[in-house]
Design a protein around this ligand. Structure first.
Ligand code: SF4
Length: 358
């Protein structure tokens, strides 16, 4: 399937291009106490290592602004301040070096949005208008009865007009709801009404498993329709997992080239502990950057050789031993106890050659 991405305006967030044909950017948000600069820096580094390209940090008070400055000084990716209620914190965040702010029109007045936008415009930094179904303006709730897609879009575009009028053009927009269906409807509608880049996400998606499924369905459908320029998967867990899930969603749609494990679900024919082997390989791969290699780890000789042959590297496990495939060809038999070491050895060699090719 070839995805035709929607044409959006390109903006710049601290040196990272967003929209206008740029890759879909992966974002996440720290959940440490921002004022604890050391802990937050540590988490930002972990997120970046996992593949996060833009990190959002909640700025709630003066202490977090002070910490924000320290965090930005050492961060290798742009930092976006998440500000609610208080316009001064947004402006202080710009002064601390934030590449942008996220504001929610549901909890900040029009005058304050204009004030923030003027300052952002002067500095060339970005603003995300982040509308959330759970915190919509009362006037819109009264008008529409519920946080409908029309209400979310009206909220977002009202704020966009204020920001643009105040002289800030680096704007992206999000209209998140906590169900996949409402999120899809809202972004479909919004994408017909603006060519600004869209940050997509299902808000408060939930715990790791159900939140991953909900986000994959919601964001996957939008991305397949070409909607989405940056994305965040919101999960109630370590935010590193959010980044990993986001990358898997992008990779599954061919929007991100990354290492891919193809493994069978196991069945009565499986004669090795395939689940443990796949988990070990996945854990080892998560610790480092890998080029987009396809690894097949298969449980038997039914589909094993076929999948292993199609992958860059693969093993078709049999009883007590299996066959190792390299670029489509069987290269040797491997004893069951050596599957992991042999696969990792091959992967390291491919990675090394990949670097040399680059
Ligand atoms: Fe079962 Fe073999 Fe298919 Fe794995 S590849 S699910 S072991 S039949």
């Amino acid at each position: 399937m070839e995805i035709k991405r929607r044409k959006t305006r390109q903006i710049n967030v601290g040196g990272v291009t967003v929209g206008g044909g740029a890759p879909v950017r992966v974002q996440s948000m720290t959940n440490t106490e921002t004022a604890d600069a050391d802990a937050t820096i540590k988490q930002v580094r972990k997120l970046v290592k996992a593949g996060c390209e833009l990190v959002r940090i909640g700025v709630t008070d003066k202490a977090s602004v002070r910490a924000l400055k320290k965090i930005i000084a050492v961060s290798s990716v742009p930092i976006i301040a998440d500000v609610h209620f208080n316009p001064k914190l947004a402006i202080d965040s710009f002064n601390a070096g934030a590449a942008g702010v996220r504001i929610n029109p549901g909890n900040i007045s029009e005058e304050n949005i204009t004030q923030i936008a003027r300052e952002a415009g002067k500095r060339g930094v970005a603003i995300r208008v982040g509308v959330n179904a759970g915190s919509l303006q009362k006037s819109l709730l009264k008008k529409y009865g519920h946080p409908t897609p029309e209400a979310l879009a009206e909220s977002a575009l009202g704020a966009v007009r204020l920001i643009a009028t105040a002289g800030c053009e680096n704007i992206k927009v999000s209209v998140k709801a906590s169900s996949a269906g409402a999120t899809i409807d809202s972004y479909r509608l919004l994408s017909q009404q603006t060519d600004l880049p869209l940050h997509i996400g299902v808000t408060e998606a939930g715990p790791l498993l159900s939140g991953t499924v909900k986000s994959s369905v919601g964001l996957g459908i939008l991305l397949a329709e070409g909607i989405g320029d940056t994305m965040r998967v919101s999960l109630t867990t370590d935010p590193v997992q959010e980044v990993m899930v986001a990358k898997e969603i992008l990779s599954s749609l061919g929007l991100l080239a990354k290492i891919e494990i193809i493994s069978c679900p196991t069945c009565a024919r499986t004669e090795t502990d395939l689940i443990e082997l796949v988990e070990d390989v996945e854990e080892a791969l998560a610790k480092d950057f890998w080029p987009p290699i396809k690894v097949a780890i298969m449980g038997c000789v039914v589909n094993g050789p076929g999948e292993a042959r199609e992958a860059d590297i693969g093993v078709a496990c049999g009883k007590g031993r299996g066959v190792l495939f390299r670029f489509g060809k069987p290269v040797k038999n491997v004893e069951e106890d050596d599957y992991f070491e042999e696969l990792m050895k091959e992967l390291v060699t491919i990675k090394k050659n990949w670097r040399e090719r680059i």
